[in-house]
Design a protein around this ligand. Sequence first.
Ligand code: IMP
Ligand code: MG
Length: 181
Amino acid sequence: MTEDYIPGKEIDLNLEKILISKSQIEQRLINLGSEISNDYNGKEIHVVGVLNGAFIFLADLARQLKVSCKICFLQASSYNDQKVSSGKVKLMHNLDLRGKDVLVVEDIFDTGQTLKCILEDLQLQEPKSLEVCALLSKKIPKKIPINVKYIGFEIEDRFVVGYGLDYAEKYREIPYIAYIN
Ligand code: IMP
Ligand code: MG
């Protein structure tokens, strides 16, 4: 039995394969947290989590930060319960980031459509700095060129769930990242 085994859940989930284990995620977050903390030494980070997918990642990452931060969220949706992006991104927020050091925290950098839309929108608020941290980045040929400064893991082009990522709002609560058919 592995540390990632959830009694009674594995079969229900019909997950094909654990891609990134709970302990691999924990270890990577410690490193990401110290890298970000070094880069923002002496500053206050305005962390903007992208709902819904980034809520667990952000909660764990924020507790690895050794600099002061303010945490807020925006909501972005593009998938409409499908495994392929609809290409349309809807944003909702009430943020005021003028002059702030902003770090957008996203679950996954796939085509980049969502991040492009978020960055264009937040740039209008004239933050002092604007960077992105994504837990995952998919290796796909046609990515929108976006500078994602902090990436947790690069993964192959397969649909994944867990650790905040969903398929039709399911599987967000599982503590590791798995491929799903
Ligand atoms: P993009 O706009 O194509 O970069 O897609 C980004 C958004 O699509 C992410 O914020 C996720 O919510 C969702 N997404 C992309 N790939 C996956 C996946 O493999 N599993 C779950 N959600 C995904
Ligand atoms: Mg989603």
